[in-house]
Write a protein that binds this ligand. Sequence first.
Ligand SMILES: [Mn+2]
Length: 393
Amino acid sequence: MSDDRSRFGTPREDLQNTQAAEALRKEAALSSDGWRRETERAKELGLEAAPSIGDRTISTFSRGELPHFAGINTFLKAPYVEDVQKAGDFDVAVFGIPLDAGTTYRAGTRFGPQGVRRISALYNTYNFDLGVDLREQITLADLGDVFVIPANIEKAFDQISRAVSHVFRSGAFPVMIGGDHSIGYPCVRGIAPHVNGNIGIIHIDRHVDTQEKDLDERMHTCPWFHATNIANAPPRSLVQFGIGGWQVPRDGVKVCRERGTTILTITDVMEMGIDKALDIALEVATDGTEAVYLSFDIDSVDAGFVPGTGWPEPGGFLPREALHIVRRIARETNLCAMELVEVSPPYDISDITSLLALRVVMDVLGNLVDTGKLPRRRPAWLNSDPSTEPWAL
Ligand SMILES: [Mn+2]
């Protein structure tokens, strides 16, 4: 019955140029070599399956992606690369920054990396609409977590800058999973000395995060005050997208006004249309810069979708708007690294906050692959041996 072609459909003429039609064509062109290597490796390390198992790609011990509910949850079941000296052997290096010392209300972001890794078991490496398969097209490592110092935020910052610097200079594309938003400053500080030229920062958030201190320390309300003090991360190249509501401290607003950062509220984005707003954001972040850094705060999304965060605020982006935003950022900028912050699993429900955070990261990677930006050649602006050590800035 299934071979009776008289029962098959034919693609409609008027749907030849849809994303779905293109997705079907792209899938046919993808390799399956990575998958074959993974199943061979699983059999070698995890034994041939019992004789009663018909599918001979299955092993006795689970050693790869399948089954999704089994195994040890690294990010997307990527290899855990214990030796960080090997970071540069991979196109993308994901690592966690489990810090919540910078939170000022709900804590719990120290469990953010674990939450995102756990739910990442749900995904495979292929995305239908993009027509990409990360396993076939790039190499991905999970480097584990930075050893943060929970009782001393400045020492934690030094550890974070050192870690980010190490990964960044290796040439791998760094993905940092926080952690609260205070990590934005030490992450940029770890990158800045390695970029010959200026860095633009695209900050997706409901909060400005630009005050000098909060509760007498450099908390999660403060990263962009300090990051934009770095010589090659000027405030004129900082875009703050989605800001608004009842949780924006006036001390931070004053700094934005004085330094001339570019802010677009949710209402601005709605009124001008998301693509026009993005045109402006991309222009500000790329004008006169060599590379763009993406800081995505999960609380930029409406509180109804992201209960697992420190300062939930109603009225933010819808999930598919968030995905559209990162799609365009990945496709249209010279993205050099990203951070995903403020996922707090103790407040989450059914892992939905972690899942959206994961999706944001995955969509950035997928769009970088789809546009040929990953795997990347060593960028001309990348300086692996700067005269300034980042933690000394
Ligand atoms: Mn925020």
